[in-house]
Design a protein around this ligand. Structure first.
Ligand SMILES: Cc1ncc(COP(=O)(O)O)c(C=O)c1O
Length: 458
């Protein structure tokens, strides 16, 4: 039957496609554990945690409502604009203690793009007060997604998202990401080459003009691009040598997705700043943060220096109370431990998908995996028209039919990604993978591939 979106403009969607008689709009109205239910009562397992946000799934509403209610009755709002609230101060303290840098300071925002832009502005103020105002440029990576507000969009490396919007305000050079698929080099050589390219870009631009390098610990867009061993240590070394600040964008990889509070620690990264959002409240309130090392924040504490950035709702006390409860539940329920314990199981189940002819690669860490889809035994790429049919035409509907929410994406090559809630059990993870498998078998048939890889190579 379907629901008409009416006046609602859908984000990153072909709005016209949902007109009456068109694509059926998924309208969710209830959740329970890792499951969500649409307005027709159909149940789906949320293999994407509502776009990498709902780390705890959907059964903690009452606990969050209690702390939100208490805060709403005591004091519904006050800003962080030269004033504060107890939950914002307490949350900043907790995040500072968990953050992978010394004496961290926390600037709250309402979401990921705002966190990235706050990080950039704090970086700029650092260099201006330190007498290096000419450091105006950034380095980021191809296909990376750092948000789409204009500042963050400068850093985002997906050209088609940028084209209509003119010259980005932050001059940014994009370097190769860490996609290992179809790459013949061994890991060590690949890592060395990736780092050498960054050196090359720095030399071309002039090290003294570059303020920061932004990278996700594991890049989401392109499909769970795990860094090669030594990559993050290499980034640190290069940044130190050239006086560039290193920003880990942890909007997805932070808050437990990789079994760590901050994913960068898993790869030996030592960033100067970290950005978070999504999982900070497990999406029970809109909140993000730019977390800044004591060294980088130091100029902001100097006599007469004003931090020239503010977000009205940044540090909202109700959101902060919810985030504190989120951290408490993570600790109480052993959420990070659950990810660490079950990651090998999830990996093993995902690896089984390699036997499907349409699956060229399986990659990821923690509760964050992608399958890269290929058109033949030579790992051929789908062309634009095939991607249109497969990723936008066939897969979204078929995934829902299989009762699974997962993401078919071609910002880079063609991938289907999963990122289930972090408190899933082994059997719930199995449900996700089984539904994905069923869908990919049909996707293979849809593009004319045989049912098993043996038939493909014979
Ligand atoms: C790594 C990363 N940075 C920034 C953002 C932007 O976050 P938001 O959509 O909350 O503005 C995203 C969103 O998915 C992201 O994945």
């Amino acid at each position: 039957m379907g629901v008409d979106p009416g006046s609602l403009l859908l984000h990153f969607a072909r709005n016209g496609a949902f007109a009456p008689g068109g694509t059926e709009l998924l309208v969710l109205e209830r959740g329970e554990g890792p499951y969500v239910f649409d307005t027709e009562g159909r149940r789906y397992i949320d293999g994407l945690s509502s776009l990498f946000c709902c780390q705890l799934g959907y059964s903690h509403g009452a606990e969050f409502a209690a702390v939100a209610g208490e805060q709403l009755e005591r004091l519904p709002f006050n800003t962080n604009w030269a004033t504060a609230t107890p939950p914002a101060i307490e949350l900043a303290g907790k995040l500072s203690a968990l953050a992978p840098m010394e004496d961290a300071r926390v600037f709250f925002t309402s979401g990921g793009s705002e966190s990235v832009e706050a990080a950039w502005k704090i970086v700029r103020q650092y260099f201006v007060t330190r007498g290096e105002p000419q450091r105006t440029k950034a380095i980021a990576r191809d296909i990376a997604y750092h948000g789409v507000t204009l500042g963050a969009l400068s850093l985002t490396g997906v050209e088609r998202f940028k084209a209509p919007f003119g010259t980005p305000p932050i001059p940014t050079r994009h370097v190769a990401n860490t996609n290992p698929f179809r790459d013949e080099r061994d890991e060590e050589t690949r890592c060395a080459d990736l780092l050498a390219e960054i050196e090359q870009v720095i030399a071309e631009e002039g090290a003294e003009t570059i303020a920061a390098l932004f990278a996700e610990p594991i890049q989401n867009a392109g499909g769970c691009l795990v860094p090669p061993a030594g990559y993050w240590a290499g980034l640190r070394e290069i940044c130190d040598r050239h006086g560039i600040l290193l920003v880990a964008d942890e909007v997805i990889s932070g808050m437990g997705r990789l079994g760590e509070w901050f994913g960068v620690t898993r790869y030996g990264g030592e960033p100067d700043l970290v950005t978070i959002a999504k999982g900070l409240t497990s999406a029970h309130a809109a909140m993000g943060a730019a977390i800044v090392s004591g060294r980088v924040a130091a100029p902001l504490y100097e006599d007469g220096v004003t931090l020239l950035h503010g977000i009205t709702f940044g540090g909202h006390p109700v959101a902060a109370a919810i985030a504190l409860k989120n951290l408490e539940i993570f600790e109480r329920d052993g959420v990070l431990e659950n990810v660490r314990t079950l990651e090998p199981h999830l990996r093993a189940r995902m690896e089984e998908l390699r036997e499907l002819p349409i699956v060229g690669d399986v990659r990821g860490d923690g509760f964050f995996f992608a399958t890269e889809l290929v058109r033949d035994a030579d790992d051929g790429r789908f062309d634009a028209e095939e991607r249109e049919h497969l990723l936008r035409g066939f897969l979204p509907g078929r995934l829902l039919e299989a009762g699974l929410i997962a993401r078919a994406d071609d910002r880079g090559d063609s991938v289907v990604q999963i990122a289930p809630p972090l408190n899933c059990t082994a059997s719930q993870l199995d449900e996700v993978v089984d539904a994905l498998r069923e869908t990919l078998i049909d996707a293979g048939k849809f593009v004319g591939l045989p049912e098993d890889a043996a038939a493909l190579s014979s």
